[in-house]
Design a binder for this molecule. Structure first.
Ligand code: SF4
Length: 133
């Protein structure tokens, strides 16, 4: 359970099918960006500490590897999975085909709430077809 908590604190979650069923999804574009900022800050602070404390001035560029493995790659995977989920949500829900759906945030722009496979906030009353240009 502690490992799960660490994943949450560092915003490492990749999201799952459950996010498409939940009104409070774990992974959104906002959470991905926040994770990148948080983990980048940790890597930079840790690099500065190690370089100054142990005179690792010649090895500072190792932090680029840390940024890739700790920040870039996880964010890339999170975004890929998020895109897959959004595609599925768009294909399988009424909201996904509505012009008021914000796929980046998984929200309805009118109600400003998350939508899911189980929850259509307007119950279809304000649905308008999306332009598929
Ligand atoms: S207006 Fe209705 S159908 Fe359209 S995104 Fe909002 S809740 Fe979904």
């Amino acid at each position: 359970m502690k490992f799960e908590r660490i994943l949450d604190y560092l915003m490492f979650r990749e999201g799952s099918e459950e996010d498409n069923l939940s009104d409070n999804p774990t992974v959104t574009t906002g959470s991905i960006v926040w994770g990148v900022i948080l983990r980048s800050s940790i890597v930079i602070i840790l690099t500065l500490f190690l370089v100054r404390r142990f005179d690792f001035y010649e090895y500072w560029w190792y932090s680029f590897f840390a940024i890739w493995f700790f920040v870039g790659f996880p964010a890339y995977r999170q975004y890929q999975k998020f895109q897959d989920r959004m595609k599925e949500l768009s294909e399988e829900t009424l909201c996904g085909k509505c012009r008021h759906f914000n796929s980046g945030a998984q929200t309805c722009q009118i109600y400003d709430v998350h939508v899911s496979k189980n929850h259509i906030p307007c119950e279809g009353m304000q649905w308008e077809p999306r332009d598929f240009d």
